[in-house]
Ligand binder design. Structure first.
Ligand code: UDP
Length: 275
């Protein structure tokens, strides 16, 4: 896979125009946090870029990053490499946007997996793109598919499968996706499992665009409620998730967020000392 992400550089207008023409993507500067380049795109621009990737008719994938994923990538070189090779990377968490402001390279906004998922489903329904849903518990993925078919009667569901399978079952799942002729593949298996699965399998599936969407199937199926809008806008979605599932989430958010602050502070002062 071509790491198209690397073709999008912060550059002068003229350079940007030529880069954009070369990569078929809109120009976008990026902010680097802990060695991860995050594209500075609004949600609309991200959707437009995804449309361009899909039109290229080759396998592509995108990663959305929050504080926990950035911290994991500092320890997990495989995850870091997978994020670096992604065609697009955007900020799933508000803390990533705040960090970009601290570094003087403010990202335009959060572009979350769940919001992209919802918009891409509408696009797929309008443009006759076939969609495969992989991940979550069997009831959750089935419910989300039924719900989306009701909301978007023209949606072409290529197939679906829950996200609890063994390595020996993997080839059959990849084959199922391939024979379904899916254009878009949404993988909801949590991080870093979903990113690793996508990087290892997207080319074999034949899908043109894959995105890891974490707990989105659970949220949309109603198995887990998403934070109210005011909490999302205030950057407090993590607190809602922590309160909803404290046993599962405390490590991720309390330890993960503290580690993220440490990573950001270290980067901030190392920049200052170099300046
Ligand atoms: N999941 C899965 N297979 C696994 C582990 C998890 O399909 O082996 C699903 C799980 O059912 C849930 C999602 O992955 O639907 C993970 O949600 P989480 O909230 O952890 O994702 P996040 O967006 O926070 O990464």
């Amino acid at each position: 896979m071509q790491p198209l992400n690397k073709e999008i550089q912060p550059a002068t207008k003229t350079e940007n125009e030529s880069l954009s023409a070369a990569s078929c993507l809109l120009p976008s500067a990026y902010c680097t946090i802990a060695g991860i380049d995050i594209n500075n795109l609004s949600q609309d621009e991200a959707i437009e870029n995804i449309g361009r990737l899909i039109a290229k008719n080759e396998p592509h994938y995108m990663v959305v990053v929050n504080a926990a994923k950035v911290v994991t990538a500092t320890r997990d070189s495989e995850l870091k490499r997978i994020i670096s090779n992604a065609d697009l990377v955007t900020a799933d968490g508000m803390s990533v946007v705040w960090a970009s402001r601290l570094f003087g390279r403010p990202l335009k906004e959060r572009v979350t997996g769940i919001d992209l998922f919802a918009r891409l489903i509408a696009t797929a329904a309008a443009k006759n793109l076939r969609v495969y849903f992989l991940g979550a518990r069997d009831e959750a993925v089935k419910k989300v598919v039924e719900m989306l078919k009701t909301q978007h009667p023209t949606l072409q569901v290529a197939g679906s499968h829950h996200g609890y399978f063994t390595d020996s079952e993997n080839p059959a799942i990849v084959e199922d996706i391939k024979s379904s002729r899916a254009d878009l593949l949404f993988v909801a298996m949590g991080s870093p499992k979903q990113e690793k699965w996508i990087a290892a399998n997207v080319e074999k599936t034949g899908a043109r665009f894959a995105l890891g969407v974490g707990g989105s199937f659970d949220h949309l199926s109603g198995a887990v409620r998403r934070a109210p809008l005011w909490m999302q806008n205030a950057g407090l979605e993590w607190l809602h998730r922590l309160m909803s599932e404290p046993r599962r989430m405390w490590r991720r958010y309390l330890i993960g967020n503290s580690q993220f602050i440490w990573v950001v502070v270290k980067q901030f002062f190392s920049r200052k000392s170099r300046a």
